[in-house]
Design a protein around this ligand. Sequence first.
Ligand SMILES: [Zn+2]
Length: 337
Amino acid sequence: MAVKFQDYYELLGITRSASDKEIKAAYRKMARKWHPDLHPSAEKKEAEEKFKRVNEAYEVLKDPEKRSRYDHLGSRWKNGQDFQAPPDMDGARFYSANDVGSGSFEDGFSDFFNMFFSGGAGSRPSRGGRTVHRGPVRGEDLESEIELTLEEAYQGVTQSLRISGRSACAACGGAGVRDRSFCAQCGGTGAVTNEKTLDVKVPAGVKEGIRIRLKGQGGESTGGAPKGDLFLKVRLRSHPVFKLKGSDIEIDTTIRPDQAVLGDRIPVQTLDGQVNVKVPAGSRSGSKLRLKGKGFPANKSTRGDQYIRLVIDTPPNPSEAEKELYKKLHELRKSGK
Ligand SMILES: [Zn+2]
């Protein structure tokens, strides 16, 4: 029986030396191009035929065994040409479901396909009895970010997080094709976007850049294999007051000239709340006071320090009485007393 030759490489627009990756990419491109839903009704029929042929081409070229059998036919055949099976081909492979005339398609596949690659209807298991098994595949690990204030990172927090990530489509196992047509679940892309809201418990003392692992919250698996994990990379939001330098915290504190000269006790913000700090008499602008162990956790048992940088500034609205005293100070300085 003569059938019409199908040029699978031409159908996918690739060369005979295309890699598996190129074949897959070409298939996805062509399947999208010819998807019947994307064409107006006048073109639907043609798109449908093309779509079936593209799927058929992929069915053969994605499978190394089928591809090598196909390649064995040689490159002299042209698409649509009357084709007679060569006598050296394995007889068991030759099969036609019924003696349909060449050019008509049975069950979505061409006669050419049915003759070589199928038991008449469908491709799995093949005429040779070989069933393609896809073993269980563990879900992909996903990565996302979680943004925390310095206080949240210090104390720990439970944060509601909306997670979205791409993972292999469980319905088609990432192939993009199911039951010989476009996988409806993933639109033929082989991947799906997962969105979910998670209550994430962030332990106290997490640092910028560390990854929190949420077991089993990653990509879907197939065949009962474990799901992937979700890794959340910690980002610390910049703080209006605290500057984090390693495990130390630095803050700027403004004091008045009289406080600098005479010394004072001033309130200072720390991660543990407000404390009173002694400013020594004769403090200079830019000098630093250290609060030992009031920084960020360096490890489980130790913490960095907090540094208070003194900035001496003039009081914004001095009263008349204050101005009188400054005048007096000024004259005393001038006269050298
Ligand atoms: Zn799918």
